[in-house]
Write a protein that binds this ligand. Structure first.
Ligand code: BV8
Length: 242
């Protein structure tokens, strides 16, 4: 099976769904989620840091982990893979639905529209407790994490943590795209996090072809009709060129 055969599948598809994970942004210099546990956080599992319980147990440690990741993301730009997906969608309006687990906003910065961001975004914050009248975030708040000066309510990253529900409308749209596509490209995900990873099986069960793009083996290789062993930035441009 070559790139050309998969290109043929893409050309023959009326509807293409794309599911991306942290590997999509690796060539932009964003550490993959598993790699984000370097340095100070190397001794913590992501499932412990990226949780409400982990945040409540040590708000400053979790806040600082996100601050470090946000800082790293300030200097990165979309790579050729992000741009290829955005260009393809522009040339073929309405044909591609992009679902991402990533919180880095790089698909949006590459020009992709209507991105279904299942896990939120790392740029925005929200309140840990339901905000009261005193909780206003207009002025920058002091603290690591920032807190409401009146009631002490903490700010937290506006991402979906482990154990938290995904935004229902976004997840529903992603499931509909998986059910109705003829082809799903699964790019740069270990396939370990659910329910996002389950979308590949949803597509396969609905009769779509599934192609995995990943330089390493992943949990979703078993669901794939074809695995392309390579990286997002090298595979997507030739795959999506007309
Ligand atoms: C929920 C935001 C329920 C935070 C993230 C079994 C079934 C169903 C659920 C579960 C289950 N067991 C446990 C669960 C619960 C849990 C879960 O899935 N746990 C895992 C660890 C087993 N799921 C949840 O908690 C979800 N919520 O189920 O809610 C519920 C129901 C009712 C009421 C309340 C609750 C919420 C999950 C969301 C967690 N948040 N992100 C943050 O980012 O800080 S997930 C996080 O992992 C990132 O979003 C990341 O994108 C995502 C998945 O990881 P990957 O993207 O795959 O990244 P990874 O580093 O793992 O892999 C990178 C891949 O890229 C590798 O394969 C590598 O080979 C490849 N690669 C490297 N370089 C390149 C490349 N590929 C291409 N090109 C390259 N250059």
């Amino acid at each position: 099976m070559t790139l050309d055969a998969v290109r043929g599948w893409i050309a023959a598809a009326d509807r293409v769904a794309v599911l991306t994970g942290a590997g999509m942004s690796a060539e932009s210099g964003v550490p993959t989620f598993r790699d984000a546990q370097t340095g100070l956080w190397a001794r913590f599992r992501p499932e412990d840091l990226a949780t409400e319980a982990g945040f409540r147990a040590d708000p400053q440690r979790v806040w600082d982990w996100y601050a470090q990741r946000r800082e790293a993301m300030r200097h990165v730009v979309p790579n050729a893979g992000h741009l290829a997906l955005a260009d393809y969608a522009r040339r073929h309006p309405g044909r591609l639905t992009l679902v991402t687990q990533n919180v880095d906003g790089l698909h949006q910065r590459a020009g992709s529209e209507g991105v279904l961001a299942l896990h939120g975004n790392i740029v925005d914050d929200t309140w840990l407790e339901a905000p009261r009248a005193c909780c206003t975030a207009q002025a920058p708040l002091a603290g690591r994490p920032p807190r409401c000066p009146t009631c002490g309510n903490l700010r937290r990253p506006a991402v979906v943590w482990f154990g938290e529900m995904l935004p229902l409308a976004t997840l529903d749209a992603a499931e509909r795209a998986a059910e109705s596509c003829d082809l799903m490209l699964v790019v740069g995900t270990s396939g370990m996090v659910h329910p996002a990873a389950g979308l590949a099986q949803v597509a396969a069960d609905a009769g779509a072809r599934v192609v995995v793009l990943n330089p390493h083996p992943s949990e979703l290789d078993a669901v794939a009709d074809q695995v392309l062993r390579g990286t997002a930035a090298t595979l997507l441009p030739p795959l999506l060129a007309d």
